[in-house]
Ligand binder design. Structure first.
Ligand code: FES
Length: 112
């Protein structure tokens, strides 16, 4: 998508901002929330910034404490020393090293 005109009301920033964000629906401890994920940070940081009490420990893809299940959408793991191919096929991810691919993501900490 290319933006050609140069609006004076700042609306181009709104469009660019939306292009760099992913909407995340997260279920944890029986509560479902929706947050906005800035694409330049890891998913765990977006969750914590939004006030979600997401579990974590190492923050580096080493321990598995931050694991949750992707129900819809796509992410990329920057590193992974814990999850097996079977885990990945089941949709499990490490939020501390997850970067966004899709514009919408649904994750669940209660379903794995
Ligand atoms: S917090 Fe340790 S793997 Fe994510």
């Amino acid at each position: 998508m290319e933006i050609e005109k140069e609006p004076t009301d700042g609306s181009d920033l709104t469009i660019k901002d939306q292009m760099n964000k992913t909407t995340v629906q997260v279920t944890i401890n029986g509560t479902t929330s929706t947050i906005t994920w800035e694409q330049n940070i890891y998913l765990l940081d977006a969750l914590l910034d939004a006030g979600i009490t997401a579990p974590y420990s190492c923050g580096r893809g080493n321990c598995g404490t931050c694991v949750c299940k992707v129900e819809d959408g796509e992410i990329r793991l920057r590193r992974n020393f814990i999850l097996t191919e079977t885990h990945l096929e089941e949709g499990l991810i490490l939020t501390c090293v997850a970067t966004p691919v899709s514009k919408r993501l649904t994750i669940n900490y209660d379903q794995f």
